[in-house]
Design a protein around this ligand. Structure first.
Ligand code: GTP
Ligand code: MG
Length: 287
């Protein structure tokens, strides 16, 4: 028996979506660490994109920004704990598509189509959260640094200047109104680059509460009926190298490349503990 499921991967630009898919495909195909969902064999469908990004991941090189053109719908055939086949389809869309929804209130019909399916994986780069700031604090800081701006210098407001949590709450709200509304769904909030956040010694849920209180409150108040969980994910285990010829070598990337088993680069932190199993949030989303 086969079940077709789909999962929507969303997140602002450079939030870690493609890197997660690359690491997931490696962990599933290499089969060298325990996972809740297992490789179910090759079925009809094209896995060349997945193979390409996973090869780059193994090489400890940073993924290219996903382009707006081209169909990046990827499918994996997996087996669950009861040996039932589940076929999971994900779109790997560029964060640009989500940024446009916030900034221009616009969404391509194909993007809207993919957004209507299944559980939602929301990626947030843990290390690049744009926090809200107070004008008085900014002025005080500028004065201390001797950077007093002229009184007549006006900075035009742009939606891109909004705090990350404001943009994400809006994105989630857009998923609960027509034409994207699909009723209440499961949502996994994925803090990516968790290796950068670990030093703060917070659990993923505490990280959400402290760094993005508006998003935390929106989810806790249950206004839009999301059934949600929070995960910390380090899909790379550390910093990778840029691909360009003149990019400086990164010692951490060299260390990661030298590990015997590449899957152990990966770390997933949830309320129940730590593992290398990137299929855990998928299993929950499909439950
Ligand atoms: N340190 C660290 N950096 C990471 C990790 N995962 C992703 N990154 C970095 O985050 C940046 C964005 O990663 P991508 O996977 O390309 O992000 P994306 O969401 O697919 O971006 P778009 O395609 O532009 O929407 C890259 O510089 C990655 O190297 C991680 O686990 N650790
Ligand atoms: Mg991408």
């Amino acid at each position: 028996m086969s079940n077709d499921r789909s999962v929507v991967v969303i997140g602002l630009p450079a939030s870690g979506k493609t890197t997660f898919l690359a690491a997931l495909w490696h962990v599933i195909t290499a089969r060298d660490v325990e996972t809740l969902l297992r490789f179910g064999g090759l079925r009809n469908g094209d896995v060349s994109y997945l193979n390409e990004i996973a090869a780059r991941w193994r090489d400890a090189r940073v993924q290219d920004r996903t382009a707006l053109v081209g169909n990046r719908l990827v499918s994996m055939t997996l087996l669950d704990s009861e040996d039932e086949t589940v076929r999971v389809t994900f779109p790997d869309l560029p964060g640009e598509a989500y940024r446009r929804m916030w900034e221009d209130r616009d969404c391509e019909p194909e993007v809207a189509e993919t957004l209507r399916a299944g559980g939602v994986l929301l990626f947030v780069h843990a290390d690049t959260i744009q926090a809200p700031s107070w004008v008085v604090d900014e002025v005080a800081l500028a004065k201390k640094l001797g950077l007093v701006a002229g009184d007549d210098e006006i900075v035009e407001w742009h939606p891109r200047l909004s705090p990350t949590q404001v943009q994400l709450v809006d994105l989630l709200q857009l998923l609960r109104v027509p034409p994207l509304d699909q009723g209440a769904r499961r949502l996994a909030v994925m803090f990516s680059a968790w290796d950068k956040a670990k030093g703060e010694r917070l659990t993923p849920i505490e990280y959400l509460e402290q760094k993005m209180p508006l998003l935390a409150q929106y989810l806790r108040r249950n206004a839009d009926g999301w059934d949600w969980r929070v995960f910390g994910v380090s899909a790379q285990g550390g910093d990778y190298e840029q691909v360009s010829d003149d990019a400086a070598p990164v010692p951490e990337a060299e260390r990661l490349r030298n590990l015997d088993c590449a899957s152990v680069r990966v770390q997933l932190v949830s309320a129940t503990g730590e593992s290398h199993d990137l299929t855990e949030p998928l299993q929950w989303l499909m439950g």
